[in-house]
Design a protein around this ligand. Structure first.
Ligand code: KIV
Ligand code: NA
Length: 275
C-alpha cells in the first residue's frame, strides 16, 4: 500500500482503512508488519511523547525529527505527517516553504492540515506544488484554545451542515483523504457518503471508510488523559512498569547481573591486575 489510489480503491471496494499514529522507528515497523494501512506522524506527539499539555508547542523540526524516524521503519506503508501549529495560516510562500521542507526531509506521502476556510487555500497551494494533502475537520486540537477545549463538534444541524460544506470544500481543493475527529456518527456517515475521497474517523463512529487512533492511547502506554472514544486494545503500561520495578529491585539486591551476563578474562591475565 503506497499511493492515494490504493486507498481510494479500498473505499470503492468497501474495505476499511486502518490508520495508526507512530512517532518512532520500532512502532512504525511493528505497525507496518501488523496490518496498518496508513501511518500518521501526528502532532499528538507533543502530548504522548514530549510531555506538553497540547499540540501547540510542537515545532516543524520536531515533526521532521520524528517523521524521519517513522519513515525508516515504515517500508512502503503510506505515511502522513502533520503540519504543526502556526505553519500554515500566515504568509502563503512561507507555508509552502515549510510544507516542502517537511515533505522532502521526512519522505512523507502526504501532509495533514487542520481546518477549512483560509486553510483550504493552503491545501490548494500545496496540492498544486505536488504535495498530497490530508484534511482534518471536526475537533481541531490546534485550535482548542479558541473553540473552548476538546469538545464534540457538529452536534446541531447548523454546525453539522457547515462541516458537510467544509468537507466538500477541502475535497474540491484537492485533499486526497479526510480525517474527522470527534463528531456525531450520523454526520460522519453523511460526509463519508458525500465524498469520493477516503474519510477516516476518530471518535466519529463506524460509518467512515476507516479509523485512526493515537498509538499510546490504543495500547495503554503513558500517563496522559485518554479520551472516551478510545478502545484500549492492550495494556502495555503494565508489563513495562513491572519490568522496570523488577530491574531496579534486581540491581538493588545484586541478583543482576548474573554469571550469564558477564565477561571473563583468563585467570592468568586477571592475576596480573594485583601486580
Ligand atoms: O495528531 C494526531 O494524532 C491526529 C489524530 C488524532 C488524527 O491528528
Ligand atoms: Na494532529
Amino acid at each position: 500500500m503506497k499511493t492515494t489510489s490504493d486507498l481510494l480503491k479500498k473505499k470503492k471496494n468497501g474495505e476499511k482503512i486502518a490508520m495508526l499514529t507512530a512517532y518512532d522507528y520500532p512502532t512504525a515497523k511493528m505497525a507496518t508488519e501488523n496490518g496498518i494501512d496508513v501511518l500518521l506522524v501526528g502532532d499528538s506527539l507533543g502530548m504522548v511523547v514530549l510531555g506538553y499539555e497540547s499540540t501547540v508547542p510542537v515545532t516543524l523540526d520536531d515533526m521532521i525529527h520524528h517523521g524521519k524516524a517513522v519513515r525508516r521503519g515504515s517500508g512502503h506503508t503510506f505515511m502522513v505527517v502533520d503540519m504543526p501549529f502556526g505553519t500554515y495560516h500566515g504568509n502563503p510562500d512561507r507555508t509552502l516553504e515549510d510544507a516542502v521542507r517537511l515533505f522532502r526531509e521526512t519522505g512523507a506521502d502526504a501532509l495533514k492540515l487542520e481546518g477549512a476556510g483560509i486553510v483550504t487555500d493552503a491545501i490548494r497551494r500545496l496540492v498544486s506544488a505536488g504535495i498530497p494533502v490530508v484534511a482534518h475537520l471536526g475537533l481541531l486540537p490546534q485550535s482548542a484554545g479558541v473553540t473552548g477545549g476538546y469538545k464534540v463538534q457538529g452536534k446541531t444541524a447548523e454546525d453539522a451542515l457547515r462541516l458537510v460544506r467544509e468537507a466538500k470544500e477541502v475535497q474540491e481543493a484537492g485533499a486526497c483523504m479526510l480525517v474527522l475527529e470527534c463528531i456525531p456518527h450520523q454526520l460522519a456517515g453523511r460526509i463519508t457518503e458525500e465524498l469520493s475521497i477516503p474519510v477516516i474517523g476518530i471518535g466519529a463512529g463506524a460509518e467512515t471508510d476507516g479509523q485512526v487512533l493515537v498509538f499510546h492511547d490504543m495500547i495503554g502506554y503513558g500517563s496522559h488523559y485518554v479520551p472516551k472514544f478510545v478502545r484500549q486494545f492492550a495494556d502495555a503500561g503494565k508489563p513495562i512498569r513491572e519490568g522496570i520495578a523488577a530491574y531496579s529491585e534486581a540491581v538493588g539486591d545484586g541478583s543482576f547481573p548474573a554469571e550469564a551476563h558477564r565477561f571473563t578474562m583468563k585467570e592468568e591475565e586477571a592475576g596480573k591486575l594485583y601486580g
